[in-house]
Every structure is written in C-alpha cells, then in structure tokens.
Design a protein around this ligand. Structure first.
Ligand code: NDP
Length: 446
C-alpha cells in the first residue's frame, strides 16, 4: 500500500478479523484508493473515521433450527452485520449459500456502505445471510427455514433500523416467507422493513430487474462517454440468477447480443444470442441447471473446458459471485479484445485481474458503482411504502436510469478531481467514502 498510515490501519484490520480473507480483500481495495484523500483531509484520520468504518456497529450471529421433509432437525447459522448507519437505516441483502460465513457477510456489508453512499439516497450499510443451501430443497423446507431465520432476525430489524433484501439464494419466494413471518410475529404490516417484495404486497416495479438493468445502464454511460453504444456489441454475462438475467434483458433491449451465460455447473454458448424466454423458464420457473437450457436449444452448447471468460466478447459482465474472474482469465479477455468489464456481482474480479485490465486500458466498473441500481430501487420501494403509493414501471425505470447516470458521473468527476481520469474504481471508492465520512464527522464519535 502506497501510504504507510493506511498500511498500519489495514494491518490492524487483518489482526482484528483473523481468517476473513474476503473482508480483508474488500477493505484493501477501498484503502488502495484513499491515499490522496487522507492526505488532503487530515480530519478523517484525527477522528479515526477509517478505524470506525472497519468495525461494524453491530454483529448478530444466531442459530437457525428447522425440520426437513423427512422430519430430521437441521441446524444452520444466521448472520446480520449492521455495519454503518451514518446515512440511514442499515440496508443490504441476505445471502443463503453454503459458502456464507462471517467473512463473506462482512465483505458484503463493508462494500454496501460505499455503494449505498454513492446512490445519494438515505441508506446505511448492512448485510446478512446463512450457510443454508436452498438448492434442491422443497418449498415447504425453504418456508420452514425462512420462518425460523426470521423468528430471531425480527427483533433486530425494522423500517427505521435495518431493512434487508435479497441476494444469492434469496429471491421473491424467500422474501415472501420472511415477510410473512415478520408480519405474523410483530402483528404489524410494516412494508418498509424488507425490500424485494411482490407487487401485490408492497413491492416496487423494476426492483426485480433493477440490479441487472442498472449495471447495463451504467455500461451504456461508459460507452456513451467514449462516443459509443451497445449496438452490435458481443456481451458475455456470467451467472443466470436475478442479476444476470435482467442484465441480459437490458443488453438485448439496447441492441447488444449476449452470447454466453453460466451457473455453477458450467457455461453455455449460443452465438445467435441467448433466448431469454427459455432461460427464464428454466431458471425462474423450474429452478433448473445450465444443461436444461441446452437441452431445449439446438444451437446452444455447454462450453468445453476453461471458463466463460474464454468466449470472445466486447463487454464482460461478471454477475455470479465473488472472485469468479481471475488474473489468467482477465488476460484471455484482453487478448480477445474485450473493452469493458462491469461488475454486476459484488467483488467478482480479483485484485490481480483488475490490474491486468487497467494495464491493458480496459474500462472497469466496480460493483459498488455498477450494481448499485438494486439497492437504489430498494430505497425507491421504501419511499413508495412510506407514502403508501406505487409508481408505474416506466417512471420507476426512469428514476433508476437517472440514479445510475448520477453514479457514473460522480465516479468520473471524483476520479478527475483526484487526478485519476477514467479510473471508475478510485472514483467510486473516494466518492462513496467521503460522503459517508463527512456524515460520520458530523455525528460525532459514536
Ligand atoms: P442468484 O442466487 O439469483 O444467482 C446467482 C447466480 O450465480 C446463479 O446463476 C448461481 O449459479 C451463480 N453462482 C452463485 N455462486 C456461485 C459460485 N460459487 N460459483 C459459480 N456460480 C455461482 O443471485 P443474484 O443474481 O441476486 O446475485 C448475484 C451477484 O450479484 C452476487 O454477487 C450478489 O451479491 C450481487 N448483487 C445482487 C443484487 C440483487 O439485487 N440481487 C444487488 C447487488 C449485487 P447456481 O444456481 O448454479 O449456484
């Protein structure tokens, strides 16, 4: 790290949070951009803003017992990390995936602070989840798990306190069961305590689409700043969950062609373009695998060997999970002429891969900027809940587009201000950090 004071602080974070590699990675990525900021603003150091930012305000870990369909009792671990509430109630999703442990939740919660700050909306940062794996579980099992999870979580959350949403493994079905149990326990129809709700019970238009659409709106701005557009571009999108599917949809609407997607079982290539109706049927209705898509599409094939990043593309959108695009894969992207990488997922590109892209002049949009459309639209859902109103799809999408344009411009302007033109990652880190740091200074040492 260039700045010795930041290096000391980072070493303290590693010492205080042993074994949490993803959290260390997320902190380092932000600290790497902050040397010029702490040099210009000694008041941040004097008030220990960085140390406070790296220490969550509250961390909750709890037992989640539930009974499977055979009658056996299962135990999972639940988490909610309430990281920073300087700007508003904690806000951030819940992830249900077997890889979830405290280090993953803390990395996601830490990222969320800056992402939420970048949106300019009044939301703090938090994240939660469980090592529960919904894959292969019946609806009844998922419901019992969600009910047990909420039976503990409910006492820590609320419209003015902490507002969870979905993430990997938590979609509309899970949000429904979680909301139902909260309502039952509290006897309150408190719509604003959870976002990603169904449209007939307090949800917002465009929330389902928001993260994917927002990522693509962000890329549209990057293209436009370079005098270009999506027209005729080949795009590769990893994942085939909520973010990936709606990123693909918006790319197609803007004139690009998505030629490949993936899930954890492999990747699929279809040169003429992935058929979204089929993909939605396989993934959203049947909860099937990549091979089920290939079975229905004669011109599609499973990729053989390597990874999805071997498929030549002008634009790559990693939309699956953390550290899914490594240094060697970044070199392949560069060799194949890729010009833009934008993160729909959180931290999908390893630090070494980011360096390869930067050295090759590939434009890189970090997740905390590019995928902020999801949480931004969650904040719009809270706004509609508070006013007991519901907006049209068109109006909500316009608001999303405007927010993404604002984030894009803020990243570029901040990068310029600090002498780093075109560096979206530095712009996002610095703009997010200063926004939340100024609020922390104003609120005193708490
Ligand atoms: P989903 O659960 O809907 O989809 C996740 C997709 O990624 C699936 O296709 C899944 O494949 C794949 N995937 C997950 N883990 C792995 C893994 N370890 N290896 C390979 N593939 C994997 O999640 P979302 O689309 O909601 O989230 C995707 C990413 O976007 C995450 O990083 C999330 O934090 C981020 N994000 C999500 C937001 C949202 O609004 N949902 C907002 C902002 C960021 P399989 O089904 O085979 O596991």
């Amino acid at each position: 790290m260039a700045d010795s004071k930041l290096q000391v602080l980072f070493d303290q974070v590693v010492d205080r949070n042993p074994g949490e590699a993803e959290f260390h990675q997320a902190v380092r990525e932000v600290f790497d951009s902050l040397a010029p900021v702490v040099a210009k603003h000694p008041e941040y150091t004097d008030a220990a803003v960085l140390q406070r930012l790296c220490e969550p305000e509250r961390q909750i870990i709890f037992r989640v017992p539930w009974t499977d369909d055979r009658g056996d009792v299962r135990i999972n671990r639940g988490f909610r990390v309430e990281f920073n509430s300087a700007l508003g109630p904690y806000k951030g999703g819940l992830r249900f995936h077997p890889s979830v442990y405290l280090g993953i939740v803390k990395f996601l919660g830490f990222e969320q602070i800056f992402k939420n700050a970048l949106t300019g909306l009044p939301i703090g940062g938090g994240k939660g989840g469980s090592d529960f794996d919904p894959k292969g579980r019946s609806d009844a099992e998922v419901m019992r798990f969600c009910q047990s999870f909420m039976t503990e979580l409910y006492r820590h959350i609320g419209e003015y306190t902490d507002v969870p949403a979905g993430d990997i493994g938590v979609g509309g079905r899970e949000i429904g069961y979680l909301f139902g149990q909260y309502k039952r326990i509290t006897n309150r129809y408190e719509s604003g305590m959870l976002t990603g709700k169904g449209l007939t019970w307090g949800g917002s238009q465009v929330r389902r689409e928001a993260t994917g659409y927002g990522t693509v709106f962000f890329v549209e701005q990057m293209l436009s700043a370079a005098g270009d557009s999506f027209d005729g571009k080949r795009v590769v999108v990893s994942g085939s969950g909520n973010v990936a599917i709606y990123a693909m949809e918006k790319v197609a609407q803007l004139g690009g062609t998505v030629v490949a997607f993936s899930d954890s079982s492999g990747y699929v290539v279809e040169e003429a373009g992935i058929d979204l109706a089929t993909l939605k049927e396989v993934k959203e209705v049947q909860r099937g695998r990549a091979a089920d898509y290939v079975e229905r599409r004669p011109d599609a094939a499973m990729g053989s060997g390597g990874s999805i990043w071997d498929v030549p593309a002008d634009i790559a959108l990693p939309c699956a999970t953390q550290n899914e695009l490594d240094e060697a894969e970044a070199r392949v992207l560069v060799r194949n002429g890729c010009r833009i990488v934008a993160e729909g997922a959180n931290m999908p590109t390893t630090p070494a891969a980011v360096r390869v892209l930067a050295d090759a002049g590939v434009l890189f949009a970090p997740g905390k900027a590019a995928n902020a459309g999801g949480v931004a639209t969650s904040a719009l859902e809270m706004q509609q809940n508070a006013s007991r109103d519901s907006w049209t799809f068109e109006y909500t999408e316009e608001r999303l587009e405007e927010i993404m344009r604002g984030i894009h411009d803020r990243c570029l302007a901040t990068a310029d201000e600090y002498g780093l033109p075109g560096d979206y990652a530095a712009g996002a880190n610095i703009a997010g950090f200063t926004h939340v740091a100024d609020a922390m200074l104003a609120l005193g040492v708490i």
